[in-house]
Design a protein around this ligand. Structure first.
Ligand SMILES: [Zn+2]
Length: 245
């Protein structure tokens, strides 16, 4: 029996126009989150969230005038896991959707874990300033480069959903009571992306194909997708310690 718990690791002040073409540029809070999967084969973490350096210095990563990070002490992922009774070394596997700083910011906190990332994405992100290596390109970490759909554990599968970045992946989880859910990563920032089939992305045609794939994975039941930075959907979801089963 797999249990899924979702928790906030901070947020960003951002205009909806960064997510949906033609939407408002007015900045508002958008959550950043990670998920814990408790499985019979061990604990799996999906994305590692924002690094706590941003609590004191919101512009620590990209400098003054950059994307504004909003982060409180309790958002630090190690604190979130501790509140669920877990230490970092009890995480067996980390799946990164991709290696942007709000999805891989605490990879360094999990030196005992195996990191599942698409090989294509690892190659793309390495050395690029907008994928700061300080958070993920760390010699002590074990990356398992994958190619295409791959089973992480029974009922847990990574599925490539590129467009936001080459080799971006989502996590598909088959839950006993809830059914199949998709943790989208930035393949879908908001439910609106999936409803409209439109999204801002470096490669928009490919990103639109990924939106269609996500919809097909849940047979168009958008209550079973967890989009990455979705202020409107967030209050409707269960948050840890509440659990999806
Ligand atoms: Zn993101």
């Amino acid at each position: 029996m797999i249990e899924l718990l979702i928790f906030r690791t901070g947020g960003v002040e951002i205009g909806r126009s960064s997510f949906v073409p033609g939407a408002s540029e007015a900045k508002s809070f958008a959550p950043v989150w990670s998920a814990l999967l408790r499985t019979p084969e061990g604990n799996i973490l999906f994305d590692t969230g924002l690094h706590p350096v941003h609590i004191e210095r919101p512009d620590a990563t990209f400098g003054p005038g950059s994307l504004k990070v909003v982060m409180a002490k309790e958002d630090a992922i190690v604190a979130r896991l501790a509140s669920l009774g877990l230490r970092p070394d009890e995480i067996a596997v980390v799946v990164n959707s991709h290696l942007h700083f709000d999805h891989a910011g605490n990879n360094g906190a999990f030196p005992k874990a195996t990191f599942v990332v698409q090989a294509e994405h690892l190659g793309f992100a390495k050395g690029k300033p907008n994928f700061p290596g300080v958070y993920w390109d760390i010699p002590e970490l074990s990356y398992l480069p994958t190619s295409g759909r791959a089973r992480v554990a029974p009922g847990v599968e990574v599925v490539p959903t590129p467009g936001h970045a080459p080799g971006h992946q989502s996590l598909v989880v088959d839950l006993a009571e809830t059914g199949r859910v998709v943790l989208c990563g930035d393949a879908a920032f908001t439910r609106e992306n999936l409803e409209r089939g439109e999204i801002r992305a470096p490669d928009e045609p490919t990103a639109k194909e990924s939106l269609a794939l996500i919809r097909s994975l849940v047979k168009d039941d958008l209550d079973r997708v967890f989009t990455s930075h979705d202020a409107a959907s967030w209050p409707r979801w269960k948050h840890a310690p509440d659990t999806y089963r």
